[in-house]
Design a protein around this ligand. Structure first.
Ligand SMILES: C[S@@+](CC[C@H](N)C(=O)[O-])C[C@H]1O[C@@H](n2cnc3c(N)ncnc32)[C@H](O)[C@@H]1O
Length: 425
């Protein structure tokens, strides 16, 4: 028998509003008549040949309703005749005294027994890409639908919600991520419009309004990689902190953190997450432009830290722009410390579309700093964000020639509203 037996009825093609009943169909599947005494053993030894559908039983009563026998339902794509059984399967059937003779069973398949891809493949135009891919942010499934899928967007949303337990809201991204605050504009496709998500990343809980701040579930490994470099007693300056996925784990490890974000909503949720994770005494939160943060709170704290022995980290995760912000470190301080052993470590992110992304980001960082970083930094590939577009992290010790060098010519940006949270009580 052919795989097409598994396809929903052709009438569902083109459906834009979900009618679950229309997916119900009866299909004929092969079965073996098995004595109840050896049922479990037979099902176990035939596990590659039995039917595997969500919500479909593998064992049913036979027609005669005999208590001594049951029917074991087989996958029609795998078994079409007794010769379809492998040598090992045939041998075990013989050893259990089960006949290889095939019986046939009328099986009712409903919408509930279909996978999301099968429903969508049956509904959307043939030969066009069907995607049921989404990112999960708490109870929210976040999709990025293509133009040809848009006429079916509400049906797609409903199917994703039905087939993924715990998803109660499905959204589609309606613009590319080019806003200042790196959040998406989004449209609710299905479910209740509740954008306040609760997620757990690397054992830390975060809450935020997903429609108003930046959150990317694909960065959890990167957050962990950087946080692991931080030690108890270190100081971390998180220039583009978002809702806290570097700042809060670092504070939980015992670092002192100054975390900043220009988006007032991120700033608010960052404060909230500090409290939620009971690290408000370890994190000072700012709502400034990145340059103002570097030239303000960071500059104020740095001289004392350079004289100490604890590590100092600067995290700059705004890949579209962070490399350009490095010029804010030029000539930041005036009086050189006695030695350069405790200079800060910078973790600065950048996107690159270059054929040689490592060289590209190091070159751009060097130009922005006015200092050659070649052979003085390491580059870590974070992820491929789009065809020919990579995200990388350049790590380097901030050179004293930059910190104590000539400041950039450009005027300092206007001071923005500075709302430092006096979290330490
Ligand atoms: C790519 S997100 C990273 C957030 C967080 N560090 C993370 O890993 O999830 C960049 C953040 O920078 C903030 N941002 C954008 N422009 C900024 C600026 N000029 N100064 C400070 N923060 C800025 C955005 O609001 C956003 O939260």
């Amino acid at each position: 028998m052919e795989p097409k037996l598994y396809r929903p009825p052709p009438e569902v093609r083109g459906m834009t509003s979900l009618d679950k009943e229309a997916f119900t169909q009866t299909i004929t599947v092969p079965a073996l008549r098995v004595p109840t005494g050896v049922l479990n053993k037979v099902v176990k030894s035939l596990r590659k040949a039995t039917i595997q559908r969500p919500g479909v039983p593998r064992v049913v009563q036979d027609k005669e309703q005999s208590n001594d026998f049951r029917l074991v339902l087989l996958d029609p794509r795998r078994v079409s005749s007794p010769s379809s059984f492998s040598e090992a399967e045939a041998e075990s059937l013989r050893s259990f005294g089960v006949s290889e003779e095939l019986h046939y069973y009328e099986l009712q398949l409903t919408y509930d027994n279909l996978k999301s891809e099968e429903v969508l493949e049956a509904v959307l135009p043939p030969d066009l890409d069907v995607t049921s891919a989404f990112s999960r942010v708490g109870h929210i499934a976040h999709m990025n639908l293509r133009d040809h899928q848009l006429p079916y967007k509400n049906l797609i949303g409903q199917v994703i919600m039905d087939k993924n337990p715990g998803v109660t809201c499905v959204v589609n991204k309606t613009n590319i991520i080019d806003s200042t605050y790196r959040n998406f504009r989004m449209e609710v496709l299905a479910g209740e419009e509740d954008m306040v998500a609760k997620v757990k990343e690397n054992g830390v809980t975060y809450e935020f309004d997903f429609s108003r701040v930046y959150w990317n579930p694909r960065l959890s490994t990167e957050h962990q990689r950087v946080v692991q470099l931080v030690k108890r007693g270190d100081t971390v300056f998180d220039v583009f902190a978002g809702v806290g996925p570097f700042a809060i784990p670092a504070a939980r490890l015992g670092a002192n953190v100054l975390a900043n974000d220009l988006n007032p909503e991120s700033y608010r949720w960052l404060q909230h997450n500090c409290k939620l994770n009971k690290v408000e005494s370890k994190v000072r939160v700012f709502n400034l432009d990145g340059r103002a943060f570097i030239r303000g709170p960071l500059k104020q704290e740095l001289p004392a830290l350079l004289k100490g022995t604890s590590g100092v980290h600067m995290v700059m995760n705004l890949p579209a722009l962070a490399l350009d912000f490095l010029d804010a470190f030029r000539g930041l301080l005036h009086q050189e410390p006695p030695c350069d052993e405790n200079l800060p470590t910078v973790h600065c992110y950048g996107f690159s579309k270059d054929d040689n992304p490592d060289t590209d980001v190091v070159g751009r960082a060097s130009r922005s700093l006015g200092f050659p970083l070649e052979n003085r930094c390491s580059v870590h590939f974070v992820r491929n964000v789009a065809p020919n577009k990579d995200m990388l992290c350049v790590r380097f010790t901030l050179p004293k020639e930059v910190l104590f060098g000539k400041p950039t010519e450009e005027p300092a940006p206007k001071r923005q509203k500075c709302e430092e949270t006096k979290n330490a009580t």
